[in-house]
Design a protein around this ligand. Structure first.
Ligand code: SAM
Length: 258
């Protein structure tokens, strides 16, 4: 059966009903996305055909399953980076060939975004990218082993600019703790935003997580690629005062996981 006969294949679909949502009991702040975490979108027939063929190998859907990274990438002992909210994967696909030694796991809810990344990966013959469809918080909590990551990237997270929606922002004390526990000692968190108000919000949080030592930007000795490689639509048009790109780097301390 080809994709025209089967336009709504179940491959890579999020399960129906309420998404998995961990109840964190550490007293920290976590975003609660509720129903907004379910993002729809259709693929072209060609994208759907590629998706149906490649997703079973290249992708996973959020599940209660700790990923065996070595098995998934078919090699052992390589550094691993998780990118949360990879969007259409422009940075992901541009960075991955420059870090071919590194396993890159792109996490995104939006299927057409992942399909676009998949297209770039397939066309580029890039073999160090895999993808997980689901909420990045749940993917980190359920699918990524503690102390296992060399890096976590969050590039241009949704700004949720209205004050009453600020609590949906992914950069908060809870996710910072969760990310820290998934990083190995010495692992790096890299965040970028072009949203001035979000940057102020992050500025107030840079020291909040004791397991993350704030390194600022740039950090010449960072042990992973920090050049996003991509000119965003804002950078391309020339930055104005509302679209200054701010980047943040932290290093996971040597302290044991709590
Ligand atoms: C503003 S876009 C930026 C995309 C990309 N990083 C870039 O730089 O172009 C934010 C992306 O994060 C995704 N996203 C938001 N919350 C997420 C979550 N909790 N887990 C995974 N992806 C999420 C959205 O679907 C969206 O594609």
């Amino acid at each position: 059966m080809n994709s025209t006969d089967n336009p709504s294949s179940d491959i890579g679909e999020l399960p129906q009903g309420r998404p998995l949502q961990t109840e964190f009991t550490d007293g920290l702040d976590y975003p609660r996305l509720g129903t907004v975490s379910f993002r729809r979108g259709t693929l072209t027939d060609n994208q759907q055909a590629m998706w149906d063929e490649k997703f079973p190998h290249m992708g996973k859907v959020l599940a209660d399953e700790v990923i065996d990274v070595d098995e998934w990438f078919g090699r052992s002992g390589h550094p691993t980076i998780v990118e949360i909210g990879s969007g259409t994967g422009t940075s992901t696909a541009a960075m991955a060939p420059l870090e071919a030694d590194t396993n890159v796991i792109a996490v995104e809810l939006y299927k057409p975004g992942l399909a676009k990344l998949m297209g770039a990966v397939v066309r580029g013959g890039i073999d160090n990218v895999r993808m997980v469809r689901g909420d990045g918080i749940e993917v980190l909590a359920r699918m990524i082993a503690p102390n296992s990551l060399d890096g976590v990237r969050v590039f241009f997270p949704d700004p949720w600019p209205k004050a009453r929606h600020n609590k949906r922002r992914i950069i908060q004390s809870g996710p910072l703790r969760l990310i820290a526990t998934r990083l190995k000692p010495g692992g790096v968190l890299h965040v970028a935003t072009d949203h001035a108000d979000y940057a102020e919000w992050i500025d107030e949080l840079v020291e909040v997580e004791p397991l993350l030592e704030y390194k600022g930007w740039p950090w010449a000795e960072a042990p992973l690629l920090t050049d996003r490689q991509v000119i965003t639509k804002f950078e391309g048009k020339g930055l104005d005062k509302d679209h200054v790109i701010r980047e943040y780097l932290w290093r996971r301390t040597e302290a044991p996981n709590p």
